[in-house]
Ligand binder design. Structure first.
Ligand code: CU
Length: 538
């Protein structure tokens, strides 16, 4: 067990370092945008924005989810003499890719933001690093699948344990999604080396969003694994329904990919019929999230009823709000309500036109990735560390306040950004004061409030770092803490067989992705688009 714990820890610690580093860049941006700090010479807004986006959205989340998936796989599938070479190879590949990309960004050779939109052209080492990071995740995926096959071989006819089913489902979705980024890299890497005269900008952007939207669901599925299968153990609850949980994940597998063009409503060159198709599919992918909201609250309520509590208020009051892991997840869920409804606005073509290029969008994705995903992962880290290291968590009070501050900071920052966006404040730009033009004065208070939220978030992440370092140095041995997983209620209905066929459903998912993208792909490919030689604007 110790050997496996070390591998999981390597992933979790890498994620921890990434989130702490990313937070430093984040708070500086917020302050600089509010005009609160004069920009020091070393502070290059767009370079730091790129570093923040890549470290948070790509590195922190991905390393945590790969670690979590290995954890649930190793703990649920007993396998004597398990080899870990493949698992470690994946981690090393991911780490080398991350370091390559991060060094290139920080040295000022890849100021292309986290979407790396062409014709902005980074040094090849940025694209190569990002590709290695993705290929490393494929190796981790292979490790998870290989264990699933081992389980099937050795226990034929037994359903795959739910947490492993979810992890494998998440990775099947991820493999389909990352095909898009690999296709994009096949265009960008030769171009960045100067081997091709130019690149079809619109095509690369479409490939990016083919990957970029499901990336969001990769985070969400990671959080759902925790909410469905681990969190109930904190409030004495159970899994509401094994079948519904599997259905949710299969729906996410099917519907996460064929929706990415909702990020491109404002882009030219894509026929509006494809935009309509992706819009309708986007409303489809909201369904598994509604199912989850229902299932999680039902699980809360069943646990409360067992304790003799009745009604909404008593159910909420019965939950363990003083447990850092629980409070992190619960606050993450609350932020997801904000993120989810904002997402419905963005997914509507006509309303997206109003908010698309404004900081509303930044408020939206901070409420989603920064809320349910990041806060759940941080909370789960508090739960994981004692189980992986055998050390008692240092500073439980600090950890609890960390989760509360995060919720408060994210709420203040995200709501101010939403509001400033409605007033027309742009995104992606470092300077929004517009020489004190009247319009800029209207959003100035919101920018200051957003920066205040950013500072609260930064204090929160400092608390997280303090707990991590404190736990390491205090080195207080704990009694064995069980890494237990929630179970369905005894006597609940058996799961229909159709919901067990993970790999068959992934073929359907791939077919849906191909159907949704082949039309726009052919259009963009044959549009005789100008091949952009690329440029450095920095
Ligand atoms: Cu999206």
């Amino acid at each position: 067990m110790q050997r496996m714990n070390r591998l999981v820890l390597a992933h979790v610690y890498t994620a921890t370092v990434a989130v702490c580093l990313g937070a430093v860049f984040g708070v500086l941006q917020g302050l600089s945008r509010a005009g609160a700090i004069g920009v020091p010479v070393w502070f290059d807004y767009y370079r730091m924005l790129t570093a923040h986006g890549v470290l948070m959205a790509l590195v922190f989340t991905t390393f945590f989810i790969t670690g979590l998936s290995l954890f649930v796989t190793y703990r649920n599938i007993d396998r004597p003499g398990r080899k870990l070479a493949v698992g470690w190879f994946g981690w090393w590949l991911m780490l080398i890719g991350t370091v390559m990309a991060a060094v290139t960004i920080l040295s000022g050779n890849a100021t292309v933001l986290y979407t790396f939109y062409a014709p902005l052209k980074a040094s090849p080492s940025f694209y190569l690093g990002a590709t290695l990071l993705v290929l490393g995740t494929w190796v981790v995926a292979f490790e998870v699948f290989e264990n699933v096959f081992y389980f099937r071989r050795t226990t034929p006819g037994t359903p795959i344990p739910l947490p492993v089913f979810m992890a494998a489902c998440t990775f099947l979705m991820w493999i389909i999604a990352t095909l898009g980024v690999v296709a994009e890299m096949l265009l960008l890497i030769p171009w960045s080396f100067g081997w091709t005269p130019g690149v079809n900008v619109m095509l690369t952007r479409m490939f990016f969003w083919y990957f970029g939207h499901p990336l969001v669901y990769f985070w969400i599925m990671g959080a759902y694994i925790i909410w469905y299968t681990i969190l109930p153990t904190r409030y004495g609850g159970s899994i509401f329904s094994d079948g519904l949980s599997r259905l949710t994940f299969l729906m996410l597998l099917l519907l996460s990919t064929p929706v990415g063009i909702h990020h491109e409503f404002m882009e030219p060159g894509i026929n509006s019929k494809w935009k309509l198709l992706h819009m309708v599919m986007t409303y489809g992918v909201a369904i598994p999230s509604f199912l989850t909201a229902f299932a999680i609250f039902a699980s809360f309520e069943i646990a409360a009823i067992k304790k003799g509590r009745r009604g909404f208020v008593q159910t909420v009051a019965s939950l363990p709000w003083n447990d850092p892991f629980f409070s992190a997840c619960a606050y993450g869920m609350l932020l997801f309500i904000l993120g989810g409804f904002g997402g419905m606005v963005n997914a509507s073509y006509s309303m997206d036109a109003l908010v698309h290029n404004t900081i509303w969008i930044v408020g939206h994705f901070h409420a989603t990735v920064g809320g349910p995903a990041a806060l759940t992962f941080i909370g789960a880290t508090y739960w994981l560390i004692p189980r992986l290291t055998g050390r008692e968590l240092w500073g439980k009070g600090v950890a609890l306040w960390q989760t509360r501050l995060w919720f408060l900071g994210m709420l203040v920052m995200s709501l101010s950004m939403h509001y400033a966006g409605l007033l027309g404040a742009p995104r992606r730009t470092s300077e929004v004061a517009y020489a004190s033009a009247a319009v800029a004065q209207s959003w100035e208070p919101s920018m200051i409030l957003a920066a205040a939220g950013g500072v609260i978030l930064f204090i929160s992440i400092c608390c997280f770092a303090a707990v991590a370092v404190g736990t390491l140095f205090k080195n207080e041995k704990t009694h064995d803490q069980l890494a237990d997983f929630a179970q369905p209620e005894p006597g609940s209905d058996a799961t229909p067989a159709a919901l067990q066929h993970l790999f068959r459903w992934s073929v359907v998912a791939l077919a849906l992705a191909v159907l949704a993208y082949s039309g726009p792909f052919i259009e963009l490919f044959h549009s005789n688009a100008y091949l952009a030689p690329g440029m450095r604007t920095w």
